[in-house]
Design a protein around this ligand. Structure first.
Ligand SMILES: CNC(=O)[C@@H]1CCCN1C(=O)c1ccc(Cl)c(COc2cccc3c(C(F)(F)F)cc(C)nc23)c1Cl
Length: 248
């Protein structure tokens, strides 16, 4: 074949990850674009702000759990992921899925009015006031803003998302070597694609984003712990089981 097998393999790996991202991205860019200026009315915002803390948390936890399920589907389609042991798959998802949800959130963010797609319309941070975690919302919105500034293509977002998930440094991985070999192929894919896009400068910016993501998600676990202390019944009874399995 004209290419050395490794390059052909890398191109195929890139294509399969981009396809998986597209097939599991929950919201298509075109639909988000069409809804871009559909904002909540003052009354609707007031209704959300009048919800109790645990009601709003339940509502968001359901949304986040839906999003996590799409990310699980994306992970399962990353070549090699299903070849990992069950425990390592859960370990990578337990820590990486909310990070990918956050990366994907930037696709649904409108930087012109700092609103994000939520419940079918675009909402600003004020709508989430009753959650009682303004600092987390500000951090989530700021991160979405900073991701938008990188103006990633869907292909770059797909590969970045796979690298966020296939992270060799996750604690208590059983077969770290296998995860490392998967990760190395994905790193070659990303740098191959950035070279092709003539955007090598993006590489280090993306790796810097990984540490921001990890601090944001440790804030996630902290907030979730804060919430479950105050509303134990809600977390134990209502939170979708997947959310509990992954985040408590
Ligand atoms: C485009 N929309 C989306 O991307 C998200 C995921 C898919 C559905 N969805 C939303 O509806 C959504 C969009 C924006 C925001 Cl700000 C929210 C509310 O987000 C959260 C409320 C409570 C806790 C959140 C926590 C924590 F860690 F604290 F659990 C962590 C994250 C990250 N988001 C939280 C949500 Cl739930």
């Amino acid at each position: 074949c004209p290419y050395p097998p490794s390059l052909l393999h890398i191109e195929e790996l890139c294509d399969s990850i981009v396809r998986s991202h597209r097939d599991t991205s929950q919201f298509r860019l075109e639909e988000l674009q069409a809804l871009r200026w559909k904002l909540f009315s003052r009354e609707e915002i007031h209704d959300y702000q009048s919800k109790s803390v645990d009601e709003m948390w339940q509502h968001c936890a359901m949304r986040l759990t839906e999003a996590v399920q799409y990310v699980v589907e994306f992970a399962k389609r990353i070549p090699g992921f299903r070849g990992l042991g069950q425990n390592d798959q859960i370990t990578l998802l337990k820590t990486g899925s909310m990070e990918v949800v956050l990366v994907r959130m930037s696709r649904c963010f409108n930087t012109e009015n700092s609103t994000v797609f939520f419940d079918g319309k675009f909402a600003s941070t004020e709508l989430f006031k009753s959650l009682g975690c303004g600092d987390l919302m500000v951090a989530v919105f700021d991160f979405a803003h900073s991701m938008c500034a990188l103006r990633l293509t869907e292909q770059q977002m797909a590969l970045f998302s796979s690298l966020v998930l296939i992270n060799t440094d996750r604690p208590c991985l059983e077969d770290r070597g296998r995860v490392h070999r998967m990760r190395r192929n994905l790193e070659v894919c990303l740098s191959h694609m950035l070279r092709r896009d003539n955007q090598e400068s993006l590489q280090h910016k993306l790796y810097q984003k990984v540490s921001v993501l990890q601090s944001l998600c440790s804030l996630h676990v902290e907030k979730l712990h804060w919430f479950s202390q105050r509303y134990p019944l809600t977390v134990n009874s209502v939170f979708p089981p997947l959310y509990k399995e992954l985040f408590t």
